[in-house]
Ligand binder design. Sequence first.
Ligand SMILES: [Fe+2]
Length: 251
Amino acid sequence: MPDSQEQITAEIVESHRVYAKAREESGQESRHVLRDFAPYRSSILRHPKQPLVVAGDPEAVELTGPVFGVTDVTALDSDLTRQHVGEPMGERITVTGRVLDRAGRPVRGQLVEVWQANAAGRYAHQRDDHPAPLDPNFTGVGRCLTDGDGRYAFTTIKPGPYPWRNHVNAWRPAHIHFSLFGTAFTQRLVTQMYFPGDPLFPYDPIFNSVPDEQARQRMVAAYDHDLSVPEWSRGFTWDIVLDGAFEGEHR
Ligand SMILES: [Fe+2]
């Protein structure tokens, strides 16, 4: 019998309470997800329980690993609304921001990849079989390289929220998955961007697996009216700080 939302929410609230108390006592903030986060049920069995093992010479691993070529990334890859013959259904949006290092310097030429559900909350993926319509004009995958200012930009469709089977009536807040490649596979960062004001935030164990309130808010994009294009799209801004400092240090 799957757990109720009430049960999951109670676990989330308790986990955040324990974190807040520890933070107050130690002064230590956590910027990342709790890997051993019980409310996100399937994560319990798949997070590492042992210390990481160094696999030989990292240099050799990286040299023999796959790479991407800069010439492979085209302008069309960053416009998810133009990858098919027709236009996808849904609300057209532009999403942009800067990738920065801990000192606030732009990270240039960075491969940024995104994947997302369509406007109805359905992924174009064989494992997503919930009864929402697929969009023949939307795959939901894009990528780009950051420019000289560290800026990435995507044109896409606002993804819908979708149900999943973590517990009874589990719905993910609308989100876009992001991957930042680094300079090698060993540096890859995978995260999610959320939309401001989503009513599903308090219910979602994935969003809440980041225990720090400020860190959670850093996953939420800002609506940017100046970025909105008249009679075309709404704009959202979201900066990504790699290995970064906490709120207020350089934002
Ligand atoms: Fe997702």
